[in-house]
Design a protein around this ligand. Structure first.
Ligand SMILES: O=C(O)C1=C[C@@H](OP(=O)(O)O)[C@@H](O)[C@H](O)C1
Ligand SMILES: C=C(OP(=O)(O)O)C(=O)O
Length: 429
């Protein structure tokens, strides 16, 4: 399916954002590792998260949906699945599940779609092997992992990857040996937060997280907050479409996920946060963005992990700002669902934006956006959604060559965008 976005009225109202993808994967996985029942409210029901749910059933957990976003997980001892586990498009599923499976002492073969099969797995294989897990395969999927984990580890998490950190911590649940991960630059910490919520002793000091001696989990209630990576499309759109005012409620405001909101503020956006409170160990709140003049800014490599999935939409916002924006330290973007650094530079340039990649940096000279192109997404959900937002602010419509993959992270994207007045339509083949 191709989609086309065009300029229309101002964007206004409440943007209905689904549950956070990172929290959703973790709530299911920790539920499956826990004794007793875990009830989840606000689970993101996207293809990536459903891949995790299906995998956990194959590992022996009971995973049931009992209402919209409402799920029940009954954990217990894991078993080795008979068939291979297909993680589809989801890096978080495969990397976290490899760690969890190793820790539970089971054996499983993991596969994925064409995009996931190209993504680097050595980064998780290396530390898990150091912990005693055995692997068959190479540096990419398909890969077979077999537990148990027999040794501890002091892992240094470079480049900052929450998926690698989480794999090590989940594997570490299966041993009483010392397990720690240190991070020169912090990655998102939802695993640490949620493990503690489930009763695991998690010690954190400086940039290091360490498992204590209490490593068993008990089932509990988890409320998932709104996904800031999905909300970013509406907040970014409101910042560059004249006359707009959009608000998002109950959004995850974890500082390691708030880089995009901070970036908007630094570029001069009219943005306000309110109703800030705690939920399931996380900070959440409401965010409101109004259209106003934006100015280019510089972003350093240390800032990237806190907005790693939002760089494509940040680049679109930069296209609508006055002056130059330079985003440094984007090597990790080359290892996502596509080479996001190259595809953003290409798509923006095709729409008349002065954008280029310079090594690991993306440089954008903002101004009026011409649009009027069909851009290549290589089946990457965030590349598709970002260019559709570009089309809302462009003089001529912007078409994306493929949009089905949006369902991996944000299946309700079109209706949510329509709800604030965005004009996004299907294009006949
Ligand atoms: O742990 C997670 O939930 C995620 C971590 C990030 O990946 P890396 O760990 O590769 O940085 C991010 O890009 C991904 O969308 C979700
Ligand atoms: C990189 C992403 O996810 P994953 O690594 O789970 O495929 C993403 O959602 O942008």
């Amino acid at each position: 399916m191709r989609l086309r976005a065009r300029q229309g009225e101002a964007l206004t109202g409440r943007f209905v954002v689904p549950g956070d993808k990172s929290q959703s994967h973790r709530a299911l996985i920790l539920g499956a590792l826990a004794t007793g029942e875990t009830v989840i409210a606000g689970l993101l029901e996207s293809e990536d998260v459903l891949a995790t749910a299906a995998a956990l059933r194959a590992f022996g957990a009971r995973v049931e949906r009992f209402g919209p976003g409402r799920w029940r997980v009954i954990g217990g001892p894991w078993r080795s699945p008979d068939a291979s586990i297909d993680c589809g498009n989801s890096g978080t599923s495969v990397r976290l599940l490899m760690g969890a499976a190793a820790g539970q002492g089971v054996r499983a073969t993991f596969t994925g779609d064409a995009s996931l099969s190209k993504r680097p797995m050595r980064r998780v294989r290396g530390p898990l092997e150091a912990m005693g897990a055995r692997f068959e395969g190479g540096d990419t999927l398909p890969l077979t992992v077999a537990g148990p984990v027999t040794r501890g580890i002091a892992h240094v998490n470079v480049p900052a990857s929450a998926q690698v950190k989480s794999a090590v911590l989940l594997a570490g649940l299966g041993t009483d040996q010392p397990v720690e991960v240190s991070e020169p630059v912090p990655s998102r910490d939802h695993s640490e937060i949620m493990l503690a919520e489930f009763g695991v002793a998690v010690e954190r000091s400086g940039g290091t997280v360490r498992l204590g001696s209490q490593r068993s989990l008990s089932g509990r209630l988890v409320s998932v907050a709104g996904d800031p990576s999905s909300a970013a499309f509406a907040l970014g759109a409101a910042a560059i479409v004249p006359g707009s005012e959009v608000r998002v409620e109950n959004m995850l405001l974890n500082p390691h996920r708030s880089g995009f909101v901070m970036a908007l503020q630094r570029m001069g956006a009219d943005l306000a946060m309110s109703n800030i409170r705690g939920q399931s160990g996380e900070t959440i709140g409401d965010v409101r963005v109004r259209f106003g003049p934006l100015f280019g800014a510089e972003f350093t490599p240390e800032e990237i992990p806190s907005m790693v999935d939002e760089i494509p939409i940040l680049a679109v916002v930069a296209a609508g700002a006055r002056g130059e924006t330079r985003i440094e330290g984007l090597d990790e973007l080359r290892h996502k669902e596509s080479d996001r650094l190259s595809l953003m530079a290409e798509g923006l340039a095709a729409c008349g934006v002065a954008a280029r990649s310079e090594g690991d940096a993306l440089v954008i000279d903002g101004g009026p956006i011409r649009g009027g192109a069909e851009v290549r997404t290589e089946g990457d959900h965030r590349i598709a959604m970002s260019h559709l937002v570009l089309g809302l602010a462009a003089e001529q419509p912007v078409t994306v060559d493929e949009a089905d993959m949006i369902a991996t992270s944000f299946p309700t994207f079109r209706e949510a965008m329509r709800g604030i007045g965005a004009r996004i339509e299907e294009v006949a083949q």
